[in-house]
Design a protein around this ligand. Structure first.
Ligand code: PMP
Length: 330
């Protein structure tokens, strides 16, 4: 037990937990990297810290400056916390269709919210383009640009991958996760391959994303849809370029939710749906690699962020998803 010198040093160095149910289901040892223990309760704190510190090193932002990003979720929360700790302002641009909870959380942390109508990416009013324009028009401001700023994946090459390698004592056969920006998959993939090129790196892709087809057949194509937040990508972002993907799985929301429910009910872990999709992918990877293999995946964020959705009976029923027995009680 040690004393951490400041709050930013609380980001990273997350625990790795052996997951009993997924290990039994696959005949392998499956481990989850507990990213929900970061101060902002998600994996995105790492990218937020690296993006801000990269801008500082390039002199792109000076004391009292402003960080602008288009995001509705975990990246905004991470950026707001990092900005507070370093004395910057945060402006977060989000579509007005996002949940009330997310807006309340970002406001509670001190971020200034700019709400824009939902629009396709090709529309200049899309929240990502709007955030870039606001950053350009604001003095002493940076645009975090998490999708194409590779300071994001560097956080996972030098942080997450190193930690996993040490925690696994260099004995790891496979790694899998899903993709939002691709920072985690590409960064951990590159970091682990640099240690041992035989580690199998697998994409776990939700329906509605185009990457499964890209890695399987070389074509960006999507089918279906997913209610998972924070994941589901339709293009090769700068963070994804050169990601060493060996194999890929498509995971349904129902499969992901089954693990979300089992991990809570049987192991006491309250997680979001991207974590469930990752665990389902890890079980699939374990079955592909064979018994006894050691596989790591990412537990991306806390389930407490989804009390009105993933942990709400009426919402689950409205999406046609199974309701856990403890939520079905009257
Ligand atoms: N899960 C959740 C809940 C997220 O918010 C994100 C970030 N968008 C991811 C997974 C994916 O992480 P990455 O951006 O590194 O691909």
């Amino acid at each position: 037990m040690t004393i951490t010198p400041n709050t930013l040093a609380l980001i990273g160095n997350t625990p790795l937990v052996r997951l009993k149910g997924p290990s039994e289901a696959s005949g392998c040892d499956i481990y989850g990297k507990c990213e929900f223990t970061n101060p902002g309760a998600s994996v995105k704190d790492r990218a937020a810290l690296f993006i801000v510190e990269d801008a500082e090193e390039r002199d792109a932002i000076r004391p009292g400056g402003t960080i602008v990003e288009g995001t509705a979720g975990n990246t905004g929360i991470g950026l707001a916390l990092v900005a507070n700790a370093k004395g910057y302002r945060t402006i977060i641009v989000m579509p007005e269709t996002q949940s009330r909870e997310k807006m309340d959380t970002l406001r509670a942390l001190g971020a200034e919210l700019v709400l824009v109508p939902a629009a396709p990416y090709s529309n200049p009013g899309h929240f990502v383009h709007t955030s870039r324009r606001i950053a350009e028009e604001t003095p002493n401001a940076i645009w975090a640009n998490q999708f194409d700023n590779i300071a994001n994946r560097r956080a996972h090459i030098v942080g997450t991958a190193e930690e996993i390698w040490e925690q696994m004592e260099g004995r790891i056969d496979g790694f899998t996760c899903s993709v939002g920006t691709g920072g985690t998959l590409a960064g951990v993939g590159l970091g682990l391959k640099a240690k041992d090129e035989t580690v199998c790196i697998a994409l776990s892709d939700p329906y509605g994303a185009a990457l499964y087809d890209y890695y399987a057949h070389g074509e960006l194509r999507s089918e279906g849809s997913s209610v998972a937040e924070g994941i589901g990508q339709g293009r090769i972002t700068a963070n994804l370029e050169g990601a060493p993907v060996d194999t890929q799985f498509r995971v349904s929301d129902a499969e992901g939710m089954e693990w979300v429910t089992r991990l809570l009910g049987e192991e006491g872990l309250c997680l979001g749906l991207s974590s469930g999709i990752n665990v389902a992918g890890a079980v699939a990877l374990g079955r592909q690699l064979g018994p006894g293999k050691r596989i790591v995946t990412i537990l991306c964020d806390t389930g407490f962020r989804y009390l009105s959705t993933l942990y709400n009976r009426a919402w689950l029923e409205s999406k046609g998803l199974a309701v856990p027995p403890w939520l079905a009680r009257d």
